[in-house]
Design a binder for this molecule. Structure first.
Ligand SMILES: *Cc1c(COP(=O)(O)O)cnc(C)c1O
Length: 462
């Protein structure tokens, strides 16, 4: 295959980038001063930048490159599909083989009676679909007033008007008129940050029962659905107490509302099962999927519906769809990705090898003086940094200062790790070997050590 290996010198790329490219979730003025980091290639779990420096990708891109980089099979399938049928739509009663095969495969993999897929180009689009879909579902059942969607503070469901409104990110809501009407947010099951003196089990129940209280406040006859990530990702890998999900499930079973599990991160092996719902014992009516569905090799997302929801929606024309719903190249690549995940037993690898080893290393990191809590599930984890473990106390410096410093140390040490406030998070490719995990561990510890030394020398420690 043709290799794209010539590019401008780094400084020129940075200059043109700053002049013409607006980046998502980035302060443009700051970026122009520093210059963007330019990534030019990647293989396995390693990125290479424009200066030839190798960086271990502790985030699998944006939580999506589950299979790792450089898989020729995916490139070949994309090329073959482009040559045969680069595009056709799925509107107005047409279809094509890749979208048929992918839909059937997802139906096989998805738990319970989740057997029907409505495709989108991303997780955001899929969640926008979900808003209209659940409202239309109730309207078709003669209950058009059942339209409020309950979500959670600090949830992440995407960045479009609808999905950003479903999300509970205060910083996002502050810009551009979100949330849209008829979306409300309850408190999140974030024990470390908000649990106070409660024990985790008690706190998990209390936060789940906030859903019941919210349904009562709004009126069950006005609530369409509850949406939640099985484990909050962008919120900082928040693993709810074990009491949380069973109680949420009980409430959703007892009340006449739909449960949407946003599996965009948790899906496709991240937690050691095909879906996070399986790991956490959730029985959703709808799942949102994207990211790991194609390991990020193509933009694709979707909503997976139960038989019952699909039957109601199919009884009428759903006046909704995207030009790229079920894009043939994206579907072909996703299907090949699912084949490789299965044939290479990647999910078993996570469950039996990678996740247990990563968990062991994470427990060791938990003893580091910078770390207040080290939590992990499958291949996603967080380190809460704190100057005072016993009290789960924050730093005196403005929130995010220490996190940003640590992220900078990680980069300098050849590791991509993200920070949410002063919490460091990872979500590496699922194919990490124990040797990769050793390297990750080494770089995390070195970065924490250096961050701590910096805090001490700058008088910011304790
Ligand atoms: C990333 C993400 C989304 C949005 O997906 P995009 O493809 O970025 O639009 C939705 N939900 C969750 C849980 C996510 O992590």
């Amino acid at each position: 295959m043709k290799r794209i290996d010539n590019h401008l010198p780094t400084a020129d790329l940075q200059r043109l980038d700053a002049a013409h490219h607006l980046h998502p979730f980035t302060n443009g003025a700051e970026l122009a001063e520093k210059g963007a980091r330019v990534i030019t290639r990647a293989d396995g779990v390693m990125l290479t930048d424009s200066e030839g420096v190798e960086i271990l990708d502790g985030m699998a891109g944006l939580w999506c490159v589950n299979l790792g980089y450089g898989r020729k099979e995916l490139a070949e399938v994309a090329a073959a599909q482009m040559a045969q049928l680069p595009y056709y739509n799925t509107f107005f009663q047409t279809t094509h083989p890749p979208v048929v095969a992918l839909s059937a495969r997802i139906a096989e993999l998805a738990p319970g009676n989740l057997n029907h897929v409505f495709f989108a180009g991303s997780g955001s689009e899929a969640n926008d679909t979900n808003i209209r879909l659940v409202r239309h579902y109730w309207a078709l059942k003669g209950k058009p007033e059942k339209k409020t969607v309950i979500s959670r503070k600090n949830a992440y469901h995407g960045s479009s008007m609808g999905s950003g409104s479903l999300g509970g990110m205060a910083g996002m809501h502050a810009q551009g008129g979100m949330p849209i009407p008829d979306i409300t947010h309850i408190d999140q099951p974030y024990w470390y940050g908000e649990g106070g003196d409660m024990d985790p089990a008690e706190f998990g129940l209390a936060r789940a029962r906030a859903l019941e209280a919210e349904i009562d406040r709004i009126g069950e006859d006005k609530v369409a659905a509850f949406i939640a990530e099985p484990i909050q990702g962008a919120g900082a890998v928040i693993i709810p107490p074990e009491t949380y999900w069973p109680e949420i499930q009980r409430i959703c079973d007892e009340r006449d509302i739909l449960l949407i599990a946003d599996e965009v991160i948790c899906g496709f092996g991240r937690t050691g099962n095909w879906f996070g719902s399986q790991t956490l014992g959730i029985r959703p009516d709808i799942m949102t999927i994207a990211k790991g569905l194609s390991s990020g090799y193509q933009p694709i997302g979707g909503s997976v519906l139960s038989d019952e929801v699909a039957e109601v929606i199919s009884s009428d024309e759903f006046a909704h769809g995207y030009t790229y719903s079920g894009h043939p190249v994206a579907c072909a690549v996703a299907l090949e990705n699912l084949r490789l995940l299965e044939e290479e037993k990647v999910i078993e690898h996570v469950r039996d090898t990678a996740a247990p080893y990563l968990a062991q290393k994470w427990r060791e990191i938990g003893d580091h003086p910078m770390v207040g809590e080290a939590r992990i599930i499958g291949m996603m984890g967080a380190l809460e940094m704190s100057p005072d473990k016993a009290n789960r106390a924050p730093f005196k410096a403005e929130k995010g200062t220490v996190g940003l410093r640590c992220r900078e140390r990680c980069f300098a040490n050849g590791l991509v790790m993200r920070h949410v406030g002063d919490t460091m998070i990872i979500s590496p490719p699922l194919i990490m070997t124990p040797a990769d995990i050793d390297l990750l561990f080494e770089r995390v510890v070195k970065s924490l050590d250096e961050t701590l030394a910096g805090l001490k020398s700058d008088g910011l420690w304790a």
